[in-house]
Write a protein that binds this ligand. Sequence first.
Ligand code: ADP
Length: 261
Amino acid sequence: MIEINNLTYQYQVDAAKVLDNVSLSFKSGDWVSIIGHNGSGKSTLVKIMMGILEDYEGEILINGNKLTKENIANYREKFAIVFQNPDNQFVGATVEDDVAFGLENQGVAREEMVEKTEAALTAVNMLSYRRHAPARLSGGQKQRVAIAGALAMAPDVLILDEATSMLDPEGRKDILNILEDIHRERQTTLIYITHDLSEIEKSDYAVIMKDGEVLNRGSIEHIFSDTDTLIKSRLVLPYQMQISRALLKGEYVTHGELVEK
Ligand code: ADP
């Protein structure tokens, strides 16, 4: 269980608040999507949760224990985060070295390390690139490798911060299917950050953020049904959903616009 209570953050003392009194809670094993346009504060929120940013107001509790500078290292071992730009995260000379890096740090035995690395690369469909240099891959392939690195660690909490942004729609679907599997099989808590509503359908729960505040939260049905908040947060319903809603309401769609019957 992760509880975020009244979190407020600003990058500089006299700058605007990037997070303003944000309170949220995630149950262990939940798949939570955090949605919002650029600048909503989504990355800042998860960077605080990972201990990358400090000196915030408010508190974060993990299973009832307050996160502090002293104890954050214990939690960080169980958390993995994948950021949007994979170039900032590569450490290995080859794809397989990179994916194995975290396991090596944990002192995992060689045989097990190879097994876990291969399994993670197979999951993201990148095993045939194992001996390639990460820097020479395409943006989408780099994102797959970065995700494999996180999967190999089998974290309790996996955070993906726009981590599929360079993949095409099919590639994103592949990753969402992998997440669905690990969510089911390992009960991994997933925090999936995106600005694309079509990517949240598999999650249990979603949070809409705008300008450092939580505008809405709840089940996917609830998020999709509160049209006013979607408009306010400049989020657009997936096209297929627009069509099915229009049909249900007795409207029909022509050239992408809804037309009253
Ligand atoms: P999101 O992930 O939703 O795009 P961010 O958390 O990255 O939002 O950014 C929230 C706000 O904080 C933005 O206005 C952004 O410009 C600002 N910000 C982000 N990183 C920094 C930084 N290192 N220094 C100053 N301002 C920052």
